[in-house]
Design a protein around this ligand. Sequence first.
Ligand SMILES: C[S@@+](CC[C@H](N)C(=O)[O-])C[C@H]1O[C@@H](n2cnc3c(N)ncnc32)[C@H](O)[C@@H]1O
Length: 319
Amino acid sequence: MTTITACPIAFLNQTNSFPAPSAEVVDSIQAYLCHLAAQGGPQPSEYSQLNTVIDVLAEWLRKGALTPEQWHAIRTSLGDAISTDTIQGMALHKPHGYAGDYEIIDRIYQYYVSDNPSLANWDKFFHSHSAPKAVRNRVSYFLSQVWDAHLRHPQEARILNLASGPGRDMYEALKVLGKTPVYFDCLDQDKQAIDYASRLCADYSAQITFFHCNVFRFKPARSYHLIWSAGLFDYFTDALFKRVLKRLLPALAPGGKLVIGNFSDRNPSKGYMELFDWILNHRSEEHLRQLAEDCGVAPANIAIDQEPEGVNLFLHIQG
Ligand SMILES: C[S@@+](CC[C@H](N)C(=O)[O-])C[C@H]1O[C@@H](n2cnc3c(N)ncnc32)[C@H](O)[C@@H]1O
């Protein structure tokens, strides 16, 4: 292996030829990542260079330009930086069997940083990305939607939370709202996520009912003033997206609102996530609007919003 330890960007610029990088370029990337791992992860001044390397790697992967052996060698040069002691390592190893599990998502909400000094900088690097920032922004966005439902239905606001995950957004909202007449029906396919969220939201158990259920088998038995789902529909193909949306629309109470989160196709962290096999169906505003129209929603009842990072879009459907 070459002994290059500085960032290989200049080297990449000279030799970066698609479809296949030379063995020398692959060696230089391995050496660079080994160097970062040995120094205890990237410093903020190195983020931009590292992100450039990440985007090049992601592009090679999309184009099938790396052999499995090359990709394995590049990944393993990161050592413990891709163990489950880091969030990026958890994303890669998927200890709960799927990408975006409740534990990773709650580590994002809580800005988890490994207490191992040689790994902490990797978690800080992870959190510097737009995608985790967008996830954290979901909490206040959710609160604003719940608050709005409460104002519109002060006697009793019924909310359906599809794929409720760790329940952190509900916990934070209920901490602010207190014991107001806001009631959540929550659905998740992962029993461990439900147990975790139940414990987290134990103080508000009178306001929350959990259902352990796959959304594809779920048929709403009542109507809701707010139907919310974040971090779910961007795992669906267009066909599945529409299938689930069509089933939800009749459950909107008159004047109710349905809000579906979906990562934007402008997500700057897309390449980084792909390196850990965290694959989403990124969509544009127009695409989301079209999917709603395909389900029979009148254009006047569709709006698209986003959180401050501009990465998590929200499809709003007015009932
Ligand atoms: C990325 S997390 C989002 C959690 C939460 N909505 C949030 O934004 O914090 C995705 C959650 O969706 C759940 N999930 C994925 N596919 C599902 C399905 N088909 N039916 C029900 N839940 C599902 C997972 O178990 C996981 O808890």
